[in-house]
Structures are given as C-alpha cells and as structure tokens.
Design a protein around this ligand. Structure first.
Ligand code: C5P
Length: 224
C-alpha cells in the first residue's frame, strides 16, 4: 500500500494534535507534532535567556538545540525531549505558550525546524500538524487539512486540558493567548499561517472528536 503525507494545519487550540495523533494511530502512521518543536525551542531560549533580537545569540542557541521524540512505555504516548531531557510537561505551560509565537517568527528558527521536519517526513507515512505544513514543509502532501473552530470553544477546551495537567488558568487569559498567537502566526513574514489552496477545511466547533478523526481518516484512505 502506498504511503502518504498528511498535513494538518490551523489555528491554535483547534484540536489539531489530538486529532492528528488519533488519525496516525488508525493508519499505523507516525505522528509528528511540529508545534512541540517550536515549543521546545522556546523553552531552550528561555533557559538560556536568549536575546531574540540578537542573531548571534539566536544562532548559538540553535547550535546547542537537540529535539527528539520518544515513546513513553507506560502510556504509549510520544513525548518531547530537549537535549536529552523530557520536557513534555514544561513545553505546554502558559510561560512557553506566551513566548512561542515570538520565537517562531524568527527566520533562522524556521529554517532549522522546517529542515528537521522535512527529514522526519521524508519516508512518508506521517501525519504532521502545525501552521505551515501544507504550505511550506510539505507543499506536495497528498492530503492537506485546515482546521478551524470558534475562539471561545477552543479556549474552553484548552482550559480543560491545562486543568487536567494541574494548571488553573482564567478563560480570558487563554482567549487572549490563543488570539494573540493566531494574530502573530498569521501576520508574520516567514511562512505565515494560512490555508493551502488545496486544503480541505474542517470547522471543529460543533464536531464530535470521533467524527473529526473519521472524516480525516476517510479522506486519507481515498488517497492511499
Ligand atoms: O501547535 P501548537 O499550538 O503547540 O504550536 C505552538 C506555536 O508554535 C504556534 O502558536 C506557532 O507560533 C508555532 N508553530 C509554528 N509553525 C508550526 C507549528 C507551530 O509557527 N508548524
């Protein structure tokens, strides 16, 4: 059976990662969370007090950056590692969420992460989610999906996720963070968030999670 690349892009907090993970599981594909790579890079920069406006400082920080993904044997879930340390929880905190779009705007950061993502997907059989997967990382992906959802619904879902991880954050703060990230991500000069012309748009506001997964899996099966 031929293997394809599935690119899932969209706004912050639309449920791209959980959907992509489940689609990958159903198809026996590898799931790659490109957002986790930008988040791990942001954590690395925060740890090193990298000055984002200083290209030499950014360059030095990128040279000492090593991101990898490993499966947690207990949960079976893939987790993010930064220079050998498990940072899966740390990269999901509000501290990182508040900085990540600023870091993701930097040209050198994008160049480095895009090339790592292209390497990870070169043998196909991957589902990758992000903001520029269908437009820049894999412009010839066989299936491109663009996910959207109502801002308040996205914020409520994100608040629940944070709560489950023990972080209580006000809804207003989350709404502000999601809309700010969308604004910065959509307006940046380097590979801005936008729907690829050939992407299928799915509004998840009122969709059941399982229906979302089924719809994308069905679209994928038509291409395989
Ligand atoms: O997907 P997630 O919400 O974890 O992504 C965090 C941030 O990483 C986004 O708001 C965006 O700034 C950046 N990002 C990006 N390009 C990608 C994936 C994520 O710029 N392909």
């Amino acid at each position: 059976m031929r293997k394809i690349v599935i690119a899932i892009d969209g706004f912050s907090g639309c449920g791209k990662s959980s959907t992509a993970k489940q689609v990958a599981k159903k198809l026996g594909y590898t799931y790659i969370d490109s957002g986790a790579m930008y988040r791990a890079t942001t954590l690395h920069f925060l740890n090193r007090f990298t000055v984002l406006t200083n290209p030499k400082d950014v360059d030095r920080a990128l040279k000492s950056l090593e991101i990898s993904f490993h499966k947690n044997e207990e949960t079976g879930l893939q987790e993010t590692y930064l220079n050998g340390l498990n940072v899966e929880r740390k990269i999901r905190t509000m501290q990182v969420s508040e900085k990540v779009s600023e870091v993701s705007k930097i040209k050198e950061v994008r160049r480095e992460l895009v090339s790592q993502q292209q390497r990870l997907g070169k043998h196909k059989g991957v589902v990758m989610d992000g903001r520029d997967i269908g437009t820049v990382v894999f412009p010839s992906a066989e299936l491109k999906v663009f996910m959207t959802a109502d801002l308040k619904i996205r914020a409520e879902r994100r608040q629940q996720e944070l709560l489950e991880k023990g972080e209580m954050v006000e809804l207003e703060k989350i709404i502000h963070n999601l809309s700010e990230r969308d604004r910065i991500d959509s307006s940046r000069a380097e590979s801005p968030l936008k729907k690829a012309e050939d992407a299928v748009e799915i509004d998840t506001s009122l969709l059941d999670f399982e229906d979302q997964v089924c719809e994308i899996t069905h679209l994928a099966q038509q291409k395989i």
